[in-house]
Design a protein around this ligand. Structure first.
Ligand code: SF4
Length: 688
């Protein structure tokens, strides 16, 4: 008899964290149905949620460890591969722990991410562990931690439905986070006014009440001018500023030079439009700010984020439903990867590496059975710094868990050269991705749907996943692989042994006070739990900063910020500014491009170019053109459109055959967050 069952899980394609049910027939996943009772997606999913399971049972799944010899992969036993990796990690970390590095996987369950950072810290003694949020929402973590004391979304997703005014800047969530976009539509139906600011007339802009097109990378100038208008018009919330913040006078002084005329010159927005934006935001009873990577992926990304925080604090639009600063996270578990301590500056639960007492606590917690952990209080290298160190020959071993930097990092050539420079690249993956092809050792791992664990969505909701099918024979659970490596490196098994993902989660609760109250009974429900969740009787609700901010003194901190603009500006040789984006049908290429239905929707990349820029070059719609920058060149079909501002071009980041990141610039570095400028670099486009 055919057995069909439904196994609850969470969609892995964006930080919205929609609930789904795997449809499982005879032990194999054959489909997905939306989770009807799920509080986030209310019985709906987007195309990625619907068809994104199709990669799971593909024949090109990795099932045998691979070792590269003389430039070719050969199959190896697990014993041989694990010994090779463990011995190399031990040899290099014994010599100098700073010469090994780890990329954790922001699509993987929290438990796997926690184990990645534990392998780095406990077995190798290094703080060099990071993940892809660095080049996604690193500025959110840095910017909101500086202003509010916590680098997370301030409100829950449903809060947006209570807003009167939504200021949505640099976020095309109707494509990137469609079920959050649906909540913005519901907010509009409840009477909210939606304003979208973006250099492109995106699907999100198309549902707006007001769309404002502006120049890439000019967000600080715009928001400084808005702040000046709000203060000049007397619309600031004096009581909130006096009782709940500090740094106001310095910030006020700094914005004085950002007149409407000056901001208009920089942003390309008419002075009267900037003034109206400021007055409308400040006059609304409940105003919410929504942003995504259009704000963060800049060489001044943290400043952009802090500008949004300045606006919210200035008007008291924080700590209440319908308000707040709401960054929409890209990958499904990028919030969890930050929470789990896959950061060179933070242990799990945002406990600080540089605090000697905290590091002493972790050294003690992780030591025992004759094994001593002695971690430094100096933060390790970020993801971008690790790649640069590899390029310079200063990093010898890099362990990449489930990420594909050859596709996703800026400047592909630089990334490939860095990876080639390593003495050993280890990649733990489901497929032979472009990054895995550069590896010395490939370790085949279980995928989504094949393991238990938790994901944390962008609203800090920690949700349970359940195993729907067994991994293919030969692929191991991620945490098991890393546990085995740690033990082979000499860590006593008693310090690195788990029976299940749930065991790992219990250790996480012990180390992270923000999750201490998350017992299984409360967690494994459709509503799940939001952090902070300090105790089992705490309601663990999503709204933060109600009475005080998360800084020790409880005050929010205004920041005095100056407009900087993109590092690489256009000139006669490279006259177009390239921005990079996501599209509705794709996300992580290793997964969505292996889903037939999604891949059939959009089979390859394209470059969006304004019709005037195209006409100047004699380019017609659909024609394959040559796009080149100081870093490299691609051939790519042109999509001629007036939905993009003149002088700006856009390439979606998913397609390796015409990869946007061949063109982007890895030298442009945000000093506050270590973000590279994926949203702006100078290029030229020509006919072949
Ligand atoms: Fe998945 Fe995001 Fe779509 Fe929800 S909105 S189904 S989490 S991709």
């Amino acid at each position: 008899m055919v057995e069909i069952k439904y196994v609850p899980s969470i969609c892995p394609y964006c930080g919205t964290g929609c609930g789904i049910n795997f449809v499982v027939k005879d032990g194999k996943i054959i489909g997905v149905e939306p989770y009807k009772r799920h509080p986030v997606n209310e019985g709906k999913v987007c195309p990625k949620g619907n068809f994104g399971y199709q990669f799971i049972n593909r024949e090109d799944r990795l099932t045998t460890p691979l070792i590269k010899e003389n430039g070719e992969f050969r199959e190896a036993s697990w014993d041989e591969a694990l010994d090779l990796v463990a011995n190399k990690l031990k040899e290099v970390s014994d010599e100098d722990p700073n010469k090994v590095g780890f990329y954790a996987c922001a699509r993987s369950p929290n438990e796997n991410i926690y184990i990645t950072q534990k392998l780095a810290r406990v077995a190798c003694g290094t703080q060099n562990v990071d993940h892809c949020a660095r080049i996604c929402h690193g500025p959110t973590v840095a910017g909101l931690a500086t202003t509010f004391g916590s680098g997370a979304m301030t409100n829950g997703f449903d809060s947006i439905k209570e807003a009167d005014y939504i200021f949505c800047i640099g976020s095309n969530n109707m494509e990137a986070h469609p079920l959050f976009g649906r909540k913005m539509i519901q907010a509009k139906q409840n009477g909210a006014k939606l304003v979208v600011l973006d250099p492109r007339f995106t699907p999100t802009a198309k549902i707006a009440d007001e769309y404002v097109q502006f120049e890439t990378g000019t967000d600080v100038a715009l928001m400084n001018a808005m702040i000046k208008v709000i203060i000049d018009e007397g619309l600031q919330d004096d009581e909130f500023i006096a009782n709940r913040t500090k740094g106001y006078e310095e910030m006020k002084e700094t914005v004085q030079k950002y007149t409407l005329e000056m901001a208009s010159e920089i942003t390309g927005i008419k002075p009267e439009v900037i003034k109206k934006l400021a007055i409308d935001y400040a006059s609304a009873d409940k105003a919410a700010i929504v942003y995504s990577l259009g704000i963060t992926e800049h060489s001044h990304g943290a400043d952009n984020v802090m500008s949004t925080a300045n606006l919210a604090m200035l008007t008291g639009n924080i700590g209440k439903q319908g308000t707040g600063v709401n960054p929409l996270r890209g990958q499904n578990n990028v919030q969890g990867a930050c929470d789990m301590g896959a950061l060179p500056s933070d242990y799990v639960g945002y406990r600080k590496v540089k605090d000697p007492e905290t590091t002493a606590w972790f050294n003690d917690y992780y030591s025992g059975y004759g094994y001593e952990v002695n971690l430094p209080t100096t933060p390790g290298l970020t993801l971008v710094e690790m790649m640069n160190a590899a390029h310079a020959g200063d990093l010898k071993v890099l362990y990449i868990h489930g990420e594909d930097p050859v596709l996703s990092d800026a400047d592909v050539q630089h990334t490939k050269e860095a990876l080639e420079n390593l003495e050993m690249l280890v990649v733990q993956e489901c497929f032979l991705t472009d990054t895995a092809q550069c590896a010395d050792v490939v370790l085949p791992a279980a995928g989504w749907g094949e393991q238990e664990g938790t994901f944390t969505s962008g609203e800090r909701r920690v949700q349970c996943l359940h195993k729907a099918q067994e991994p293919p024979e030969g692929a191991w659970l991620d945490w098991k692989i890393m546990e085995e490596i740690a033990v082979r490196m000499g860590v006593p098994r008693e310090l690195f042994h788990y029976e299940s993902a749930q065991d790992i989660f219990e250790e996480i609760r012990e180390c992270a006070p923000i999750m201490a109250g998350m017992n299984r009974e409360r967690l494994d429900t459709p509503e799940a739990l939001h952090w902070p969740c300090p105790s089992e009787d705490d309601p663990c609700q999503p709204l933060m900063h109600k009475e005080k901010f998360a800084h020790p003194d409880g005050l929010g901190v205004f920041q005095a910020l100056e407009h900087k603009g993109p590092v690489e500006t256009v000139d006669d040789e490279y006259p177009l500014l390239l921005t990079t984006t996501r599209i509705l049908f794709h996300y992580h290429a290793a997964m969505t491009r292996r889903c037939e239905t999604l891949n059939n929707e959009v089979k390859t990349g394209f470059i969006e170019i304004n019709s005037k820029d195209a006409a100047e070059r004699g380019i017609i719609n659909g024609e394959v053109v040559r796009a080149f920058s100081r870093r490299g060149e691609i051939a790519i079909p042109a999509r001629v459109t007036d939905d993009i501002r003149e002088g700006i071009v856009n390439i979606p980041m998913h397609f390796v055959e015409c990869a946007a990141n061949v063109l982007t610039n890895s030298d442009s570095f945000d000093p506050k967050s270590k973000m590279v400028e994926l949203k702006a670099c100078a290029i030229q486009v020509e006919k072949f």
